[in-house]
Design a protein around this ligand. Structure first.
Ligand code: BGC
Length: 737
């Protein structure tokens, strides 16, 4: 009895002690730390515990690539990294120099132009997943990408980082990338919002354009990123729009992004993109990052407190010129992003530079390469036909993941085209560089010290003794090529490549051109060259992907995400005066308006060199039996266009049927046609498949400047079923009532 009493007593004591400890422990776990609580409650709670100074500290950089958390409350810092083609190497705290880590060599994925050229949202998903895993492994909260500025002119130095000229294609391709990155607990940061469509004078050029062009062409991919992919951060652009810098632009950030689209994440400046404290405070910016050591000049060390959204902002708040709700909103957005990323205890661990990621990079590259020309079926290369194969061109050996500006990477490996071709064709291969350029350098062109004449002579001599020439040229990542901070100076190929090609063609007609670029180029030799592939910047597995396509191991299935004009003046941005491109006295007026890319070519009836959406295959396809599910539709219905695709050739391959709409007798200007649907279809030789592409009638709208809203007119529309914007197979009329 006595024992039993003692036992019960000790049990009671234990229980009491436990509950005391337990009850005592409760207040230690503040609500914001409890992941079971609703996100908004946690944000409110954390905010309520913070001082004004702590809130302001969330709103600006503390180093080149990080901003503060709240150490006192266990809320971690925000670490960011470029983006978008892989996770950049670490750099020093307060300078752009490499930190020289030995464990930050990444997988280089293909450039986003290549991704867009796959026309395959599933490929965008595996891209986002893999690059997101790399960012997570490196413990980044934000990956600075993807970029969706619209391809307006082939001279823009940064087109390679974007997804082409069409708002619908870019929207469809950007969504899966963002969703998959963010599944890793890493915020994607869609950039550069908005109208950063050229690099020349990007820090100040003031862009003016119609509301229609803004809404129909330049904003849709950003809108898709926000409203459909639910992106957690957005980067403002360097340039001005209607007289205000985009990083603190009331219309873009407050009214459209945060108002209309209900964006609840953070707006981050482009580096050094803020210019004014009051505007930065009031016009929708949340985090200010910098380029110079004090964000503006290069004179001061660790001067992050001088940023517009640092001490000067705090001062305005203290004076009351800026109400506290402004900093509360900014800090809430930053907290929300931190809770979604670093403070999500369930986020996976990520992985880095794995063989699996290399395979993903290769798959994207293989699906994005576009076969532009293949006369006499010279491709795929039949190795038994050739004893001597000359590889000519600097891009056969050049490292293409370094340079180009902020997207430059330190890859664990990069297989060059020459190396891959040597492993495929062995001793049949000889190489001559043919032409040379200097190394990449920020903001300046470093010429090559090599003698152009002797390089050319050696190459032409080699071509004359070879059975087949594979010319690997194009642009590179140097200043004034495909590179941030400058635009191209000419539409032609640089470094004397046109002349070199003409000389080669005089001694050898069997020339396959492999163009590596993120931009269209003039091809004065186009009709003399039997085969051309557009190979983009392909990342770690570049050479392997190119050689798989050339050899026929992989059947090309990429389609162009932008038009190749015959000459520069055929492009809408170059059809007017200087004010339209590149701008005059700090102003630029987009007189090409809504007629960007193929919309210009088709409406003005200017035949391109290669059309948007174009790309060949080693097999052939036939589209047949197209029909719409109805003839008359109301404005909230969807048009279902069904047809059959058959692979009529001898090799498995993929075709991408595209649906373009045309509005007949429109009361306002409408482009001759606009892409509204597509589907990549994989078929074995002889195989047939029924395919349906769905177009929402509401997506056939234009932006009505009178009502400042989207409008679908009643009347007749054509549903054009095509295999490129230049090749319509069927036009089916439908009525909208
Ligand atoms: C670029 C951004 C980039 C940032 C950070 C800027 O110069 O425009 O795209 O994310 O630098 O490197």
């Amino acid at each position: 009895m006595h024992h039993r009493f003692l036992f019960v007593l000790s049990l009671l004591v234990a229980l009491l002690t436990f509950s005391v400890i337990h009850i005592k422990a409760q207040p230690l776990k503040a609500l914001y730390l409890d992941e079971k609580q609703p996100l908004e409650e946690r944000v409110k709670n954390a905010l309520s515990l913070m001082t004004l100074e702590e809130k302001v500290a969330l709103c600006h950089a503390q180093s080149k690539f990080s901003s503060k958390g709240v150490a006192r409350l266990g809320i971690p810092e925000v670490w960011m990294s470029d983006g978008p083609h892989g996770v950049r190497e670490e750099i020093l705290w307060d300078s752009w120099s490499e930190a020289k880590w030995t464990n930050d060599s990444c997988t280089a994925f293909p450039a986003l132009t290549c991704l867009a050229a796959t026309w395959n949202p599933e490929i965008s998903a595996i891209y986002g997943k893999a690059v997101g895993e790399e960012a997570r492994y490196r413990n980044k909260s934000v990956l600075l990408g993807p970029g969706v500025n619209i391809y307006r002119t082939p001279l823009n130095g940064r087109n390679f980082e974007y997804m082409g000229e069409d708002p619908y294609l870019a929207s469809q391709m950007v969504i899966p990338y963002i969703k998959e990155v963010q599944k890793n607990g890493v915020a994607a940061c869609v950039k550069h919002f908005a109208l950063n469509n050229q690099e020349l004078w990007r820090d100040h050029i003031n862009v003016e354009l119609s509301d229609r062009a803004l809404r129909e062409i330049y904003l849709p991919a950003f809108k898709a990123a926000v409203t459909e992919a639910k992106v957690w951060s957005v980067m403002g652009a360097y340039n001005q729009f209607r007289g205000e810098h985009c990083c603190h632009n009331d219309l873009l950030l407050n009214k459209i992004l945060k108002g209309e689209w209900q964006f609840d994440g953070t707006v981050i400046t482009d580096w050094g993109g803020a210019h004014n404290t009051l505007q930065a405070a009031m016009n929708g910016l949340d985090i200010e990052m910098g380029t110079g050591t004090d964000g503006m000049t290069r004179s001061v060390k660790n001067a992050y407190d001088n940023y517009y959204l640092a001490l000067p902002f705090l001062e305005e708040l203290r004076k009351g010129t800026v109400p506290e709700r402004v900093v509360n909103d900014k800090a809430s957005r930053v907290l929300r992003m931190i809770f979604r990323t670093t403070m999500n205890s369930k986020r996976p661990w990520g992985s880095f530079a794995t063989p699996e990621h290399a395979q993903v990079a290769r798959k994207i590259a293989e699906e994005g390469i576009v076969l532009l020309r293949n006369s006499g079926n010279i491709l795929p290369i039949d190795a038994s036909k050739y004893q001597k194969i000359a590889v000519i061109g600097e891009n056969a050996t050049r490292n293409m993941t370094t340079g180009g500006g902020s997207s430059s990477l330190k890859p664990k490996m990069e297989i060059s085209p020459l190396k891959a071709l040597q492993s495929k064709y062995g001793s049949k291969i000889s190489f001559a560089t043919g032409y040379a350029s200097g190394p990449p350098a920020w903001g300046r062109v470093v010429p090559s010290g090599l003698n152009a004449d002797s390089l050319r002579n050696i190459a032409v001599n080699l071509a004359s003794k070879s059975d087949l020439v594979i010319f690997v040229g194009g642009l590179n990542k140097n200043h004034e090529q495909d590179c941030e901070g400058g635009d191209r100076q000419s539409y032609n190929l640089p470094f004397g490549q046109d002349d070199l090609l003409n000389e080669i063609l005089k001694v050898n007609k069997n020339v396959v051109v492999v163009l590596i670029s993120g931009n269209a180029v003039a091809m004065p030799w186009v009709n003399n060259v039997p085969a051309i592939i557009q190979a983009w910047y392909l990342g770690s597995e570049a050479g392997n992907a190119i050689s798989a396509i050339l050899s026929g191991e992989v059947n090309p299935s990429g389609k162009l995400p932008f038009t190749f004009p015959l000459q520069l003046s055929d492009n809408g941005a170059h059809a007017f005066d200087k004010l339209t491109y590149p701008g005059e006295n700090g102003r630029e007026v987009y007189k090409d308006d809504i007629l960007v890319g193929y919309r210009w070519h088709d409406t003005k009836k200017i035949a391109p060199l290669f059309a948007f959406g174009y790309g060949l295959s080693y097999t052939s396809f036939v589209l047949s039996e197209p029909q719409t599910d109805k003839k008359v539709y109301s404005k909230n219905e969807t048009v279902k266009l069904t047809f059959t695709v058959q692979n009529t050739g001898k090799m498995a391959g993929a075709e991408t049927p595209q649906v373009y709409i045309t509005q007949k007798n429109a009361p306002v200007l409408r482009p001759a046609k606009e892409l509204k649907g597509f589907k990549k279809v994989f078929l074995n030789a002889g195989e047939k498949q029924k395919v349906t592409i769905v177009v929402k009638v509401k997506d056939m709208a234009y932006w009505d400047e009178k009502t400042t809203n989207w409008k679908v007119d009643s009347g007749e529309f054509l549903m054009n079923l095509a295999v490129s914007s230049g090749d319509i197979k069927y036009s089916l009329p439908v009525q909208v009532k």
